[in-house]
Design a protein. Structure first.
Length: 404
């Protein structure tokens, strides 16, 4: 049995997997679908309208589909409309025959999450969403639920990504603290305070920036009553037709239950070339918030030579059963880090057409530039370019939300 180096597989190894037949597709897989630490997956030509979501657990997906199937939609040609709040199941064009020792995880692409299009992958005999078990052979199916907008999808577009992993790749909290001393991963934002510290507890905490950076608004809320949105169009839609700006008051924002918000982290994140990261929701045990939809951060994210290090993370947030009050500086999510099995032959950035390398509060690629202007972080002094020290939650003081 081949012994694979431990870590997340980089794009050059993913290319070798395609050549070896471990990843196959109904069509040729273009090189542009290979990201530094993942591969973009593409929609097949048919979508199945479902009466409910499901997991196959101990059976084949297509067998279980018979119990939930409510009609077919043709995604070829001009595509088809996917209704808001309705689940669909779409067989992906890619299939896998993973060798023993290789497993996978999936996540929505950044543009997918920022549109509040909820996606997750299921597999034959799978008991968990978004997990492709060690040595899996078979089809991949994508569940798609447009949450805020009615959308139009076509065969061949990409809504999610697959990351392949060998062995134990995840860094512990002590590993993160040690890494940050030699290869910094988190930097202060312009609204941070001089004595701020980054905190780890089974991952690196990120907090929310409600300062507005000198603007009256600090985020966006999706408008429920909006026109059809075609997923494969670029810079085609006016921001105000689909989004309302949200304006915190005294550093506080009350999230309406069931509404979708785009906010931004106070910290700036950098992912070193030999590592990959993934955002996870921070659950304060209340269950009131979901704070992530699209979670993969590639090697090289926020790492621009000759420029201020680090890039804020866009936070996709929804309050569930009751309105929820956020304060500036409140922890909202965690970032976990993993080792790469080897450095990617190309890093996240302009060379790969990466859209969000220098983002602040960036909407998805379907929208034109906000004519009212987007808040921009102010890097005030050289101190802002120094990394934040990282401490364990067990030794960190309780967070105090700074007031503007």
């Amino acid at each position: 049995m081949t012994r694979w180096p431990e870590g997340v597989l980089p794009r050059q190894v993913l290319r070798e997997f395609i050549e070896a037949g471990y990843i196959v597709s109904d069509t040729e897989i273009p090189d542009r679908n290979l990201q530094p630490a993942s591969i973009d997956l593409t929609l097949g030509p048919v979508a199945y309208r479902l009466r409910s979501s499901f997991l196959p657990s101990n059976g084949k997906v297509r067998e279980k589909l018979r119990d939930y199937h409510m009609g077919d939609l043709d995604l070829s040609g001009d595509g088809a409309v996917l209704e808001q709040d309705r689940p669909y199941l779409i067989p992906l064009q890619e299939r896998v025959q993973l060798p023993a020792g290789i497993r996978g995880r999936t996540n929505p692409r950044s543009s997918t999450g920022r549109l509040d299009v909820f996606t997750r992958v299921i597999t034959d005999n799978g008991a968990h969403f978004d997990e492709v078990r060690d040595g899996y052979e078979g089809e991949l199916f994508l569940e798609v639920v447009p949450m805020s907008f009615t959308v139009k999808a076509r065969s061949g577009i990409t809504l999610n990504q697959l990351r392949l992993v060998s062995g134990q790749a995840r860094l512990s909290d002590s590993d993160l603290i040690e890494l940050s001393r030699t290869d910094p991963i988190v930097f202060p934002g312009s609204s941070s305070l001089p004595d701020d510290r980054a905190v780890v507890a089974d991952g690196l905490f990120l907090s929310v920036d409600l300062s507005g950076q000198g603007k009256s608004f600090a985020g966006y809320r999706a408008r429920r009553s909006s026109a059809l949105l075609e997923l494969d169009r670029v810079k085609a839609y006016q921001v105000a037709d689909y989004w309302d700006r949200v304006e915190p008051k005294d550093g506080r924002l009350i999230l309406d239950s069931g509404e979708f918000y785009l906010l931004v982290s106070r910290e700036r994140v950098r992912v070193p070339p030999d590592y990959a990261a993934e955002m996870a929701a921070y659950d304060p045990t209340s269950g009131e918030l979901r704070t992530h939809y699209a979670g993969f951060f590639d090697p090289g994210f926020g790492d621009v030579e000759g420029d201020t290090p680090g890039t804020p993370a866009v936070l996709e947030v929804r309050a569930h059963d009751v309105p929820f009050s956020l304060e500036h500086g409140q922890r909202l999510c965690k970032l976990t880090f993993e080792r790469m099995s080897s450095r990617p032959d190309q890093l996240y950035g302009a060379g790969l057409g990466s859209r969000y390398q220098r983002q602040y509060l960036a909407l998805s690629r379907q929208f034109r530039t906000d004519q009212a202007g987007v808040p921009k972080p102010r890097i005030r002094t050289r101190v802002d370019q120094a990394p934040l020290a990282i401490v364990s939650e067990t030794t960190a003081p309780l967070p105090v939300a700074p007031r503007e």
